[in-house]
Design a protein around this ligand. Structure first.
Ligand code: PLP
Length: 364
């Protein structure tokens, strides 16, 4: 027997595997899943029907070019279908972009409390993740630009950001792009774009893509469309980047039921609109309720709120356990370097009230 063992490339074993939100609360007689920013209204009836209609086609490969879905997205959003690539969640597109543009010796830049998949994707390809400090839990354009070096290949910026909920304004974004060398990709992760309140000085990225060859906009069906289970995302960029992504992606990277449900979801915007309205009502409600309990909710433009626990005798970790014992699953933030915070997804009205009641009891 050989004494040799397979070993992954350098850096792979430095990756702390992504730990998703809790799904189970053993022993509790109810489970409120508020740990993964899922849509509390579920998927639309039209998307579910389209998904079910695929059951007789499971032996068939999907359309590897996602043509119908790309065309529907382009129509709905006023974009060029040829400049869209679909993926198995925006997670896949983050991985593909990183694989195609960064490697050993390169740097992948992001904001300190950015989405955890950015450093994971960077380390996976042997690149060095670089985190820029934030100001008041918000991406800091100057700090990001100060960390751009000759080795920087991609800057990932979630806007709104998960887990902080913070937003970078259009003006700040323009300043960021102006300061960024043209050979550095700015990947704007707009997973929560649809939740940004109307009237906000905000650009999800489509106009920026039109004007700049180094900007990529990432979007997902997991949040506003409630299709997280099916793994469906898309990105928009100018043709050279789209060409690269089409070369490195799998030939059938999006499953048939995902394409079908996504198409139905995009053609019927009423469900997304209802999801947006629900969030617009309950996010301020829960934030205020948390503040009234003496906690420190951060302003959020997403479908979740990051809340700080200021008391040494009532910590976030204890609150997480207290909520979980009552079947209320929210997200601990230690992996994001925010151990005194929890992130709570905005659920249905009763869910939000249950969070408030449970935390009131915890803090008493
Ligand atoms: N980007 C951000 C900022 C997210 O918060 C998430 C999921 O929580 C994703 C990307 C991944 O989304 P998807 O389900 O499309 O892979």
């Amino acid at each position: 027997m050989s004494t040799l063992t397979p070993r992954p490339r350098p850096g792979i074993l430095d990756i702390a595997a992504y730990v998703g939100g809790d799904h189970k609360a053993p022993g509790a007689n109810r489970t409120l899943r508020l740990a993964s920013n899922e849509n509390p209204l579920g998927a639309s009836a039209a998307a579910i029907a389209a998904y079910r209609a695929e059951e007789g086609e499971l032996h068939r490969y999907p359309d590897g070019n996602a043509t119908e879905l790309r065309e529907a997205i382009a129509t709905a959003e006023g974009l060029e279908a040829a400049q869209i690539v679909c993926g198995a969640g925006s997670d896949e597109l983050i991985a593909l972009l990183t694989k195609a543009y960064a490697g050993p010796g390169d740097e992948v830049l992001f904001s300190a409390h950015g989405f955890l998949m950015y450093p994971i994707a960077a380390k996976t390809v042997g690149a060095t993740p670089v985190a820029a400090p934030e100001q008041q839990l918000t991406a800091d354009v100057d700090a990001l630009l100060a960390r751009v070096t000759g080795r920087t290949r991609i800057l990932y910026l979630a806007n709104p950001n998960n887990p902080t909920g913070s937003l970078v304004s259009s003006g700040e974004m323009a300043r960021l792009i102006a300061g960024l060398p043209g050979d550095v990709i700015l990947a704007l992760d707009s997973a929560y774009a649809e939740y940004v309140p109307e009237g906000t000085d905000y650009d999800a990225g489509a106009d920026l893509v039109r004007r700049h060859g180094n900007v990529v906009m990432l979007r997902t069906f997991s949040k506003i469309h409630g299709l997280a289970a099916l793994r469906l995302g898309w990105c928009y960029a100018q043709p050279p980047i789209i060409d690269v992504l089409n070369r490195v992606r799998g030939p059938f990277n999006v499953a048939r039921p995902a394409l079908a449900a996504g198409l139905a979801a995009i053609r019927d915007p009423s469900h997304a609109a209802a999801s947006r309205r629900l969030n617009a009502r309950l996010l301020p409600w829960l934030s205020q309720a948390l503040a009234e309990l003496g906690l420190e909710p951060q302003p959020s433009a997403g479908n979740f709120v990051l809340v700080r626990f200021p008391r040494a005798d009532r910590t976030a970790a204890q609150a997480l356990a207290h909520l979980k014992a009552q079947g209320i699953l929210v997200r601990g933030m230690a992996a994001y370097g925010l151990p005194d915070c929890l992130r709570i997804t905005i659920g249905l009205e009763d869910d939000c009230a249950a969070v408030r009641d449970s935390l009131r009891e915890f803090l008493a």
